[in-house]
Ligand binder design. Structure first.
Ligand SMILES: [Zn+2]
Length: 594
């Protein structure tokens, strides 16, 4: 680890860094727990130790320090993880921070593009306030947006010009960088080269799209023209080094805190719906921007919740994307409810016409995914004929198979059979099979640690000078009487810890399985063990070893007697008597030592 990484690690709090990705609850004096972001689970087995500054998951076994966590969750290399952690903690980066010139160039390009987007967003906001923005202001007011709401979402206006934004930004970056920003277009020339840049967005209302930290990385632009000249109603920024459509959830930057507090996310289809719902007092709302959910978006969302209420437009156009999103979320273990609004209204109109209370009521009354799908199957295949029932069931089967939990699959299959009135044994069997199919991918592990091992590991990992006597007692026992300890599952970790000097316990144990055992012992501790407790544990290990050896000797002696091997019987008996004496000595009450 570099000096810089070491310094960063000393200054940051792993609890705060982890909390910027997932929800944590205080679970003990020194530790916090939450749902593991690295495997699917319903009850929390992911822990963070506030004092020792490491995390560990009892479900999938991952553990490590703050850099391991960020590296894994952001899927980046160690130097990149160090940089992210430093940035989150506001620690200035040293000059030499990149492992390669390409990496440095890429980071510089991204910074430049962020600056360009920030400047563009400010300029669009300015234009909305100006005389040319009048028609856009009128449109926004018509959609019920107040000036404060416009400011919150930084909504702007791109005037009817091919060069104003270009002229405005051309001093900030070279042509190639401007081209890569996606804010401009150009036409291919006769000789195959690209022509001059011109403004991509013209005469449109501009909705900025931000990344999770709230920086503008792209725009959605809505036309104000009608008729043939108008072009598509919405256009988006193209894919750029900053922006990839399937990797962003609209409004997640503003909604994430509220999502954690409400313990669910409200998912709507369009950005306008999202803005409207958010501004009227439901802050835990996000949007997919009209496309089906991607795995990347699921991963983004899972850091904050595993429950989603879906409120898509009821029209047929959105139904396909909605169904795909629901399928993916189900597969990824999310609990889903479906909100349906009266009279086929979209969230924006519903909330404007009926008010926010009625909307909240609709969300509370949202149907479970299974009920919703069964109802949909009945609507799509009405009637009581056997043929319709088979069709309805075939529609439901893939949905049932997708659900990770067996219990939920069983319940779904049972409900489906009942509500569709399926009495055929063959169909019922098929439903039962669908419920049986899927298996949990991650099975929770059973601990391999005994109570004495816990005590010894905790003593060996002592960093508090007050408990130095405990550490010394444990480390002497492990080093000087190795025979007694060798058979323990955590012996490799004990050996390393006994010889660690002043190094950080979590760092000297590199083997993941051994580190997991250590993490487990430390996460359950309240305070380090007292010396007396350590000596008790050492004695217990020794006694158990002796008792095990005695049992083996008794069997061997019996065996030797059966063969009439007198010499062997005598030798084994002597060894056994020595052990008997050693055990008596171990078990002698302390008073007799005086
Ligand atoms: Zn895990």
């Amino acid at each position: 680890m570099t000096d810089f990484a070491q310094a960063v690690k000393q200054q940051v709090d792993i609890v705060k860094i982890v909390e910027s990705y997932i929800r944590l609850r205080k679970a003990g004096a020194q530790n916090y727990s939450g749902l593991c972001p690295f495997h699917k689970e319903k009850s929390p087995s992911f822990s963070v130790h506030a004092v020792r500054q490491f995390f560990h998951c009892f479900g999938c076994g991952v553990s490590g320090d703050v850099f391991t966590f960020v590296g894994k969750i952001e899927n980046v290399s160690f130097p990149e993880a160090v940089r992210i952690v430093a940035q989150k903690a506001g620690i200035p980066l040293p000059k030499r921070e990149f492992s390669s010139p390409e990496e440095a160039a890429e980071a510089q390009l991204r910074r430049k593009l962020l600056d360009l987007h920030e400047a563009a967003a400010s300029w669009f906001e300015e234009q909305l306030r100006g005389p040319e923005g009048a028609v856009a202001r009128e449109y926004l007011a018509g959609r019920g947006l107040t000036p404060e709401g416009i400011k919150t979402f930084r909504i702007g206006y791109a005037p009817d010009s091919f060069h104003e934004l270009r002229d405005r930004l051309s001093g900030m970056a070279d042509t190639e960088t401007l081209r890569q920003s996606g804010l401009f277009s150009s036409k291919e020339q006769g000789d195959g080269t690209m022509g001059p840049l011109y403004d991509r967005f013209r005469k449109r209302v501009m909705f900025p799209i931000s990344n999770e930290s709230g920086r503008v990385i792209a725009f959605t632009a809505r036309t104000l023209e009608t008729g043939e000249k108008a072009g598509p109603k919405y256009i988006n920024s193209p894919e750029t080094p900053l922006y990839s459509k399937g990797q962003v959830l609209f409004n997640l930057d503003k909604a994430k805190l509220a999502i954690r507090q409400a313990e669910f996310a409200l998912l709507v289809e369009g950005q306008m719906d999202c803005i409207s719902v958010f501004l009227r007092g439901l802050p835990n709302v996000i949007a997919t921007s009209g496309t089906a959910f991607t795995e990347h978006q699921v991963a983004l969302l899972r850091r904050h919740t595993s429950q989603v209420a879906v409120n898509f437009d009821p029209d047929a156009a959105g139904a396909n994307a909605a169904e795909k999103s629901i399928a993916l979320l189900t597969e990824e273990g999310f609990a889903i409810k479906i909100v349906t609004l009266d009279d086929g209204l979209d969230p924006d109109r519903f909330i404007r016409e009926r008010g926010v209370e009625a909307y909240k009521q609709a969300i509370r009354g949202a149907r479970r995914q299974a009920d919703y799908l069964i109802e949909r199957a009945r609507q799509m295949f009405p009637g009581a004929s056997a043929e319709q029932k088979v069709k309805a069931m075939n529609y439901l089967l893939p949905h049932i198979r997708r659900i990770p939990e067996k219990l939920a699959r069983d319940q779904f299959a049972l409900d489906a059979a009942q509500k569709l009135g399926i009495d055929s044994a063959v169909l019922r069997e098929e439903l039962r099979q669908a419920a049986l199919k899927r298996r949990e991918r991650v099975e929770s592990r059973v601990t391999a640690l005994t109570e004495v091992e816990r005590v010894l590991l905790r003593a060996l990992a002592v960093t508090d000078p007050e408990f130095e006597a405990s550490r010394r007692a444990a480390s002497q026992a492990v080093q000087q009487q190795a025979t007694y300890f060798e058979h323990l599952g955590s012996y490799p970790a004990m050996q390393l810890l006994a010889a660690r000097g002043s190094a950080d316990p979590m760092e000297v144990v590199a083997d993941p399985a051994q580190r997991a055992l250590l993490a487990e012992a430390l996460l359950h501790e309240t305070a380090p063990p007292e010396k007396k407790q350590v000596l008790g544990a050492v004695q217990e290990v020794e006694e158990r070893w002796i008792e095990g050896r005695q049992r083996a000797l008794r069997a061997q002696i019996a065996e030797a007697e059966r063969f009439g091997d007198i010499g062997q019987v005598a030798a084994l008996s002597r060894e056994k008597m020595d052990l008997d004496r050693a055990l008596r000595e171990l078990q002698r009450p302390p008073e007799m030592e005086l």
